[in-house]
Design a protein around this ligand. Structure first.
Ligand code: DX5
Ligand code: ZN
Length: 231
């Protein structure tokens, strides 16, 4: 099933995987039907946590051909786009609240020939991405405060997903709407119904049950939500 010309995709977030056995986690996720991988880069400034940088993205790249969705929770995305592109990132997602100028980030992404996404924190309005929506391959709506996996989904962000869906549908632009944070079997239905097409799953993919079972349930949820959306 699809929405706005985009297939519904599940992207396990490696932040919730066992870092000591990342290769195995990637292999299991692929076998379970992961459509892409989400990689959370944190610098200890933009968010309180520190995760990993380009070297780890390159290591993941060497183990999978699936698209790598690199979520840059860092103060200066502009400075690092090239490094993450060279590391093998397919989509580089920057935060509009960071210190980099969105127009410059978009120019740099175009120069590098890489797909680009803009992310907004739960408290940032949709209007923050609207001026350059037509140049984006992805809008990432955060449904938790960025920095940690395993937090609770905030339904308050769903109106932003709906607005993004309306705007993209109005122009026929096939950008992804990504939802990130607290996606579970239940919240995936709501997010899909609101119009999301790209579902980041951390704990819901890697914790609790084998990933095959987890992704099967999440897949059923997004299909159910999208079927409810009347468009
Ligand atoms: C949080 C990250 C998320 C995180 C999601 O700051 O951006 O991608 O890995 O983890 P869950 O799905 O467990 O909330
Ligand atoms: Zn993320």
């Amino acid at each position: 099933m699809s929405q706005g010309g985009r297939r519904l995709r599940l992207a396990p977030s490696l932040l919730s995987a066992d870092f000591a056995a990342l290769g195995d986690a990637i292999e299991a996720a692929e076998a379970a039907g992961a459509d892409a991988f989400h990689l959370d880069v944190m610098d200890g400034h933009f968010v309180p946590n520190i995760s990993f940088g380009p070297a780890l993205v390159a290591a993941v790249r060497s183990r999978t051909k699936r698209p790598l969705d690199v979520h840059l929770m860092i103060e200066e995305p502009l400075r690092y786009l090239e490094a993450f592109r060279k590391a093998g990132g397919d989509t580089l997602v920057f935060h509009v609240e960071s210190r980099s100028d969105p127009a410059e980030v978009l120019r740099e992404a175009r120069r590098l020939g890489v797909a680009v996404g803009a992310a907004i924190r739960p408290n940032t309005p949709f209007s923050a991405v609207e001026p350059f929506l037509d140049r984006l391959d992805q809008v990432l709506v955060m449904s938790v405060h960025p920095g940690f996996s395993g937090q609770k989904f905030s339904p308050d962000v769903l109106p932003k997903v709906r607005t993004a869906r309306e705007r993209l549908d109005a122009t026929g632009q096939p950008a992804d709407i990504s939802i990130d944070g607290g996606i579970t079997e239940e919240t995936a239905v709501e997010a899909a119904e609101a119009g999301a097409t790209f579902f980041v799953c951390g704990n819901s993919a890697f914790v609790g049950a084998p990933i095959g079972e987890n992704l099967r349930r999440l897949r059923a949820s997004v299909e159910k939500g999208a079927a409810r959306a009347v468009r």
